[in-house]
Design a protein around this ligand. Structure first.
Ligand code: ADP
Ligand code: MG
Length: 199
């Protein structure tokens, strides 16, 4: 991937997080502590600030650098989990991946997030978006189809009861609200899918 391409992925990700920070905050206020919007915005602005240095690296190193930066800057429960996602993608992907390589890498990265969070899909977290996105990728869906799958998957966390993260402290009262991390994951998936599809 050319440096300018990775740089535009960073810009697209940082832009969508910044544009939706208040929404992410509101979602986390309903069933968490209300910091998810600011956490994610801080992290992706830190990545954006170093985009030229990061994008100059080979794809695996660039992804690892994004992950490391997110771990250092996002904070909360989600920082180490998003950090793990990007670091694992960097570890698993070759420099010039095709769809098959991306699919395998995403499945390994999901396993890494799941191990780190001691969590599984079905527990009202970011994994409830990542897993259907992996399945859509494996099924050969297009970028915009995958983005729609991610949005629907985030919507599908509304009726779930949270079993991991702060929202799980609320038990039944977590039902009826979208998971903030599922929403931010869907935003990132759309940003990446649409940027890649535009090329
Ligand atoms: P905190 O919960 O520490 O305030 P954030 O608000 O930034 O951190 O992130 C909360 C999000 O992190 C949740 O909405 C959920 O998607 C995700 N999350 C929390 N714990 C886990 C976990 N154990 N496994 C997977 N995702 C998790
Ligand atoms: Mg929070």
């Amino acid at each position: 991937m050319a440096a300018s391409d990775f740089s535009s992925l960073i810009v697209a990700a940082a832009n969508t997080i910044a544009a939706h920070a208040d929404e992410l905050t509101a979602l986390d206020q309903a069933i968490g502590d209300g910091d998810h919007g600011l956490n994610m915005k801080r992290g992706f602005e830190a990545v954006r600030a170093e985009k030229d240095t990061i994008a100059a690296k080979p794809l695996p190193d660039a992804l690892k650098a994004v992950g490391t930066k997110l771990v250092m800057t996002v904070g909360g429960a989600s920082g180490p989990l998003f950090g793990t996602l990007f670091m694992a993608l960097g570890k698993e992907l070759p420099a010039a991946p095709d769809r098959a390589a991306l699919t395998t890498a995403l499945s390994k990265a999901i396993e890494a997030v799941s191990a780190r969070g001691k969590s599984q899909p079905g527990q009202k977290t970011m994994l409830d978006v990542l897993q259907p996105v992996y399945e859509a990728l494996a099924q050969g869906k297009t970028g915009s189809e995958i983005a729609d799958v991610a949005d629907k998957a985030a919507d599908a966390t509304v009726p779930m009861k949270a079993l991991r993260g702060r929202a799980s402290f609320l038990g039944e009262r977590s039902i009826g609200h979208m998971d903030a991390g599922a929403r931010s994951t869907a935003l990132l998936v759309r940003a990446v899918a649409e940027t890649v599809e535009d090329r």
